[in-house]
Design a protein around this ligand. Sequence first.
Ligand SMILES: CC(C)(COP(=O)(O)OP(=O)(O)OC[C@H]1O[C@@H](n2cnc3c(N)ncnc32)[C@H](O)[C@@H]1OP(=O)(O)O)[C@@H](O)C(=O)NCCC(=O)NCCS
Length: 167
Amino acid sequence: MILKSINEVSEKALNSFLCGNPELDRFLSKYALRNDQNGYGKTFVLEDNNVLVGFFTLCSSSIKFEEFPTTNGHSLPRYPIPCIRIARLAVEERFQRKGYGKELLKQAFLKIIDASTTVGVRLIVVDAKEISKKFYEKYGFTHLKVDKPSYYILLQTVIEAFKETHQ
Ligand SMILES: CC(C)(COP(=O)(O)OP(=O)(O)OC[C@H]1O[C@@H](n2cnc3c(N)ncnc32)[C@H](O)[C@@H]1OP(=O)(O)O)[C@@H](O)C(=O)NCCC(=O)NCCS
């Protein structure tokens, strides 16, 4: 398996990607490259045996202190909290439920940990689609607000999980 920047991928591969969600397919074929080049979101694709099996897009973000649940015991400052957003993440239909989603999430976490050595990052957030909520919950994300699609995980939690698996 190899992770590549969208800049290294053919237009044909981007255009033929289907994940079951037309909005995500359209994003990859029409907007992801331009967004990457203009600094709105960096997209990485995962290839296995030269086949594009999935992608994710990361961008910087922040959430207001008021958006954060008060009951979770973390002390946070009363100003916007710096985040990295997994803006999109999808696996090609034919390859779903084979572990590629987990691999994409791991690769996204590694990119975010790397970025966090030079830019402040407290949280990782994602707007989960109905179909993918269980997937994110499985890897420790929790709701920001029950009635909103946003999920989050503390960066520190992710770093500690990586440390544990590499001990
Ligand atoms: C959601 C998605 C990213 C998951 O990727 P995937 O490659 O199918 O998932 P994986 O095979 O890596 O699964 C990893 C684990 O999550 C579980 N899982 C994956 N999708 C799940 C779902 N929809 N509901 C419950 N569990 C799910 C798997 O059972 C697996 O658990 P296990 O290790 O205990 O068996 C993928 O199905 C997808 O792209 N769906 C359509 C597009 C979409 O909605 N993307 C999300 C937008 S933010």
